[in-house]
Design a protein around this ligand. Structure first.
Ligand code: NAD
Length: 268
């Protein structure tokens, strides 16, 4: 691997597992100092340890992205590391699957709090550090927000989740324009994964199996795979590669863009 992120510091939320872990691993393997932020301390500590064992410079930060106080403390912790922040990847998210009649306020609020408010809080409280990072190294800093294909199109039973992910898409575009027109050297882009094999999609597959819509988790995952023209589930590494591109200087003229990585799902 090249060291194209040597000397840079990247904070990835929800990095204890799944897509977030793969992003932290990819950025770390290319030289970044990665901060693994997650609400699950045991899993987060373990993830940071595995990244260090693989040769990355990684540390764990306990953070609930839906908590404003949590982000204030995270900003203070990052400040104490010095040299600002080069990339913030707002990846933490929760699924929320329920048809409208079963969509109670608790499900709606949790999805909003984590998936949408978490992205707003992270961007707001890390912006000063990103600005400092971009000034120190001269290269622009970067925010990458993980949305979803469900931030682009509808799928039955996903209205709460889709509302959060559509919100992330337009929040991204607005902040991208705001920062650019204020001549802040921070690019802001969104990534829209299709169905990716992670603990989250396994929870979804288990639910399909429990409802009798598939005979078991394996069959349910197979059904998800067959919905994409490429006929397979994405790997977390497929998303990490796109995020690494957006963080890199190769994407220096990209801001407010949406990068779809979905095996052709939304191309039909
Ligand atoms: N898996 C997919 O098919 C898929 C598709 C499109 C988009 N996404 C999005 O990608 C992102 C990652 O998904 P994943 O599949 O890896 O999920 P996952 O459930 O496998 O992992 C999510 C991680 O986020 C952490 N997290 C949850 N709530 C948090 C909070 N409040 N504060 C901090 N951390 C928190 C979890 O502890 C976990 O480590 C999410 O935003 C998800 O909506 C996933």
């Amino acid at each position: 691997m090249t060291g194209r992120f040597d000397g840079r510091t990247c904070l990835v939320t929800g990095a204890a597992m799944g897509i977030g872990y793969a992003i932290a691993e990819r950025l770390g393997s290319e030289g970044a100092r990665v901060v693994v932020a997650d609400v699950k301390p045991a899993e987060g500590e373990d993830a940071a340890r595995r990244l260090c064992d693989a040769g990355c410079d990684a540390s764990f930060l306990a953070l609930d992205v839906s908590s404003e106080d949590g982000w204030k403390q995270a900003a203070a912790a990052m400040e104490s590391l010095g040299a600002g922040l080069d990339a913030l990847v707002n990846n933490a998210g929760v699924e929320a699957v329920a048809p409208l009649a079963e969509l109670d306020m608790a499900i709606w609020r949790r999805a909003m709090d984590v998936n949408l408010t978490g992205v707003y809080l992270g961007t707001r409280y890390m912006a000063p550090l990103l600005l400092a990072g971009s000034a120190v190294r001269g290269a622009g800093a970067s925010v990458v927000n993980i949305s979803s294909i469900m931030g682009l199109i509808g799928l039955p039973g996903s209205s709460a989740y889709a509302a959060t992910k559509g919100g992330v898409r337009l929040f991204t575009k607005n902040i991208a324009v705001e920062f650019a027109m204020e001549r802040k050297n921070i690019r802001v882009n969104s990534v829209h994964p299709g169905f990716i094999q992670t603990p989250m999609s396994e929870v979804g597959a288990r639910r399909l199996a429990e409802k009798g819509l598939a005979k078991d988790v394996g069959e349910a995952l197979g059904q998800m795979a067959s919905m994409s023209p490429m006929g397979r589930l994405g790997r977390p590494e497929d998303i990490a590669a796109g995020v690494a591109f957006l963080v890199s200087d190769d994407a220096a003229f990209m801001t407010g863009a949406e990068l779809v990585i979905d095996g052709g799902y939304t191309a039909r």
